[in-house]
Design a binder for this molecule. Structure first.
Ligand code: ADP
Ligand code: MG
Length: 514
């Protein structure tokens, strides 16, 4: 023991030290040290420096480092920019079509195509905000409803969400009207002449009108998120939109996801509404990442939806630079970025099919890495690290969400690689795959299906499978892993089914037994 303690009892039985309640009792005449003192005492046993450091909290250093960011939010996907360089043409096209709505007519339906990160959502939201602002300015009844079909992905949900939005808007309108009439009523009670210029010739007529409005309001019943027959949801939506005169633009973002998941019934129903609506008009703006998704549509839906088409081409590296520069000016402190940072982010993202989202992710992540290094500027190397990190995150996400069978196939490939097998062929993968399936009680697919799954992994960029000719022995695939082994294995083992496999060595051994 290093600390000198002249209390003999304490040294005889160190376990009792401080643990005995009677010991506390014996210090009755002294004040019991409170917790803060104890902590400080303990820390003081170190060097002076240590105590200095200890009094600093976990966040002190991080807070003190000269921050790189002025406003990081600007780099996040949730931020909607108000300037969209290199999308002027697309935005003007949309506006030219939609301006019809401000004249009280029905705009053509629009279909917007483009790969992810080409600014479709940002442009559509920008246009819809402008449209609504202008419609308020000129007091024309025009409304835009935005729905992300990746989240709202069934006909029921799309219709229910639309119905409820319009039901609530209608209720607001009715409430406003009721308030007006109630004001009028209290004025009329004091001075009956208040009614002279109105539609109501008596207080009782006014009462009746208010009652009518209350009854109308009660008729708007919110649609529950499940449980109703779809045609009831549809008619709720229909009645709610048609409640008064207006032009409604429905933006269906990620519309390809909706069609993929639930077919084209929703689009069919929405696109034929106008022939039945009496007061209002509906126009649809569909946004798709998949250029071919209309191939799956009913021809009537296809021609109705695609009245106008606008394409968002990928950005090139120069355009990405402009986009990044505009955002960086707001996001970063004065000279936090070294010269190479933006061009490199732009170059990486240009390779990634001109994806502005990727470019912004890279820039933000590079900034965060510099921040973590506690240095004042973001350098080229941070961008390279950011690229690796994002790529790894992508792989982890792709692997994590693979179907179990694909995970087993991938695991088999990993086991072979880890055991030094090169130029792995399908037969070898299949043998190990079979054993793994037996171990975890999974169905065993045919070798043909396993070959297909390997091709899918190839397309996802997780493995690389090249067909090689073996002369008169025919052709075979040579498979190798395109992603980091350790990280990928860890993701696979985090799946509860695969995680059950304890000892994998016997499976690899099986390769030689077969
Ligand atoms: P998409 O919907 O086509 O997948 P988004 O509109 O979501 O793409 O754009 C992805 C990211 O890039 C968003 O953060 C968006 O703000 C930004 N972005 C895209 N195009 C531009 C542009 N021309 N100017 C500024 N930011 C842009
Ligand atoms: Mg989008």
């Amino acid at each position: 023991m290093t600390d000198s303690n002249d209390d003999p009892e304490a040294t005889i039985d160190p376990d009792e030290d401080g643990g005995d309640p009677t010991a506390l009792g014996s210090t009755d005449d002294q004040s019991v040290p409170d917790l803060d003192d104890v902590v400080l005492d303990n820390l003081d046993t170190g060097t002076g420096e240590a105590s200095d450091e200890a009094s600093r909290g976990l966040f002190d250093d991080l807070l003190e480092g000269e921050p790189i960011f002025e406003n990081k939010e600007v780099l996040r996907p949730s931020y909607t920019p108000h300037k969209l360089p290199h999308r002027e043409e697309q935005i003007n096209n949309m506006a030219t079509i939609l301006v019809t709505a401000l004249r009280g007519d029905t705009p053509s339906n629009i279909l917007i195509y483009g790969k992810t990160g080409t600014g479709k959502t940002a442009s559509a939201k920008f246009v819809s905000e402008e449209l609504e602002t202008t419609s308020q300015k000129y007091e024309v009844p025009c409304e835009v409803e935005y729905i992300n079909c990746e989240v709202t992905d069934t006909q029921y949900r799309v219709l229910a969400q639309l119905a409820n939005k319009f039901i609530n808007k209608n209720i607001d309108v009715i409430d406003e009207r009721i308030d007006e009439l109630e004001d009028l009523r209290s004025q009329a009670r004091e001075d009956a002449s208040e009614l002279s210029d109105t539609d109501y010739d008596s207080l009782s007529a006014l009462d009746a009108a208010i009652d009518d409005l209350e009854a109308e309001k009660d008729e708007f019943e919110e649609v529950p998120m499940t449980g109703w027959p779809t045609d009831r949801v549809y008619s709720s939506f229909f009645d709610a939109v048609d409640y008064h005169e207006r032009v409604v633009v429905i933006m269906l973002d990620e519309i390809d996801k909706l069609v993929e998941k639930s077919g084209d019934d929703t689009l069919y129903n929405l696109s034929r509404m106008n022939s039945e609506l009496e007061n209002s008009r509906v126009s649809i703006m569909g946004i798709s990442n998949d250029l071919k998704f209309t191939d799956f549509l009913d021809p009537r839906v296809k021609s109705s939806l695609g009245e106008e088409e606008i394409v968002f081409p990928p950005y090139d590296a120069n355009q990405l630079r402009d986009i990044l520069q505009a955002r960086a000016d707001v996001a970063f402190k004065g000279d936090a970025l070294t010269d190479d940072v933006i061009p490199l982010c732009a170059a990486f993202a240009a390779q990634e099919h001109g994806d502005a989202r990727r470019a912004l992710d890279l820039l933000r992540t590079a900034g965060e890495l510099a921040e973590r290094d506690q240095i004042d500027d973001v350098e080229e190397d941070h961008v390279r690290q950011a690229q690796e990190k994002i790529e790894l995150d992508r792989v982890v996400e792709v692997v994590r969400t693979l179907p179990t069978q694909s995970k087993i196939v991938l695991f088999a490939i990993i086991l072979l690689e880890k055991n030094g097998v090169h130029n792995i062929n399908t037969g070898e993968v299949f043998n190990i795959y079979k054993n793994l399936c037996a171990e975890i009680d999974a169905d065993v697919l045919t070798q043909r299906r396993v070959t297909d799954l390997i091709s899918e992994l190839d397309m996802l960029g997780i493995v690389n499978a090249v067909v090689v000719s073996k002369g008169r022995y025919g052709r075979t695939k040579e498979i190798s892993l395109s992603v980091p082994t350790e990280e990928t294995e860890a993701v696979l083992l985090s799946d509860s089914r695969l995680g059950d496999i304890d000892d994998v060595q016997p499976f690899v051994q099986a390769r030689f037994d077969n």
